[in-house]
Ligand binder design. Structure first.
Ligand SMILES: Nc1ncnc2c1ncn2[C@@H]1O[C@H](COP(=O)(O)OP(=O)(O)OP(=O)(O)O)[C@@H](O)[C@H]1O
Ligand SMILES: [Mg+2]
Length: 264
């Protein structure tokens, strides 16, 4: 569906909590989780903005099946202000499960190729939008390079996504380490995605929390476990949010619970 860009919502009193969703390893479900979390916040009447910080790959609009008229490339070229590149999704904030999207842009090369100043300008601009929303979600690119960490630094809360597989766990630990080195006050949370069961997910979380406690002196709290659910890939293939296609699914229920934990 083609959707028109519009000016972002008018200023509100309390600035949004900015939540960055990162991981060391790619493909652990950050984008799907960020989209679903935005829907979950929309359902609980929170005005949410989702920012596709994986510049160069434009993951979010593809998962959602939207064709935005504007994206962050126009902002980086100085053609548009950040709030003019906002695209409403599912009717935008204020509608059931609706939210605003700042789309990334594809075909421009990877985030790592951008100058840190460009990333800095976008990250600062996003924080200036905080008075207009209740929640701002930053869907980060995989990895721990400086451009990814610059976005993470703009957040009040960082959620590190891992799966149960050892490479994802090792890379999640690396993300925690680099983040805490750069920002000792950061208190990142953990989400275990694609877990076989809630119990196995919790056991994996314990491993990561113990390693972090022993070697980094910080025990990250668990935001929640999301079970592996075939309705996730079904929704992605249909380019429809899971909140619309499978609102009763286990995976979306897990996300709703995490939205509550992160709002507490
Ligand atoms: N809970 C889940 N159950 C089943 N499959 C899932 C689940 N979460 C994610 N997936 C699958 O994982 C794939 C990768 O998800 P996604 O693109 O969101 O990962 P990502 O971490 O954003 O990747 P990248 O690092 O490339 O940006 C999806 O296409 C989906 O099929
Ligand atoms: Mg992604």
């Amino acid at each position: 569906m083609a959707v028109a860009a519009k000016r972002a919502a008018a200023p509100r009193q309390n600035p949004a909590t900015i939540i960055a969703v990162g991981s060391g390893k790619g493909g652990v479900g950050k984008t799907w989780f960020s989209v679903s979390l935005a829907c979950a916040f929309g359902r609980s009447s929170k005005r949410a903005l989702l920012v596709d910080c994986d510049l160069g790959l434009a993951n979010v609009d593809v998962q959602l099946g939207v064709r935005p008229e504007a994206d962050l490339s126009s902002v980086m070229r100085g053609w548009l202000e950040l709030d003019q590149a906002v695209t409403p999704v599912l009717g935008g904030p204020g509608r059931a499960a609706g939210f605003d999207l700042l789309p990334g842009h594809s075909g421009s090369g990877a985030l790592g190729a951008l100058k840190l100043e460009e990333v800095h300008r976008i990250a600062t601009g996003v924080t200036e939008l905080a008075p207009r929303y209740d929640r701002i979600l930053l869907d980060l690119a995989a990895g721990i390079d400086p451009n990814v960490m610059r976005f993470a630094r703009a957040a009040n809360r960082v959620v590190v996504v891992t799966t149960e597989e050892p490479p994802a766990l090792t890379d999640a630990y690396a993300f925690l380490k680099v983040l805490r080195l750069a920002q000792p006050a950061a208190q990142p949370w953990i989400v275990v995605n694609m877990a076989d069961t809630r119990g196995s997910g919790r056991r994996i979380y314990e491993q990561l929390a113990k390693a972090s406690e022993s070697y980094l002196g910080y025990r990250p709290p668990l935001a929640g476990v999301i079970c592996r659910d075939p309705r996730v890939s079904d929704s992605i293939r249909a380019q429809t949010p899971i909140s619309v296609r499978h609102p009763q699914s286990q995976a979306f229920e897990d996300v709703l619970r995490i939205a509550e934990v992160l709002s507490a």
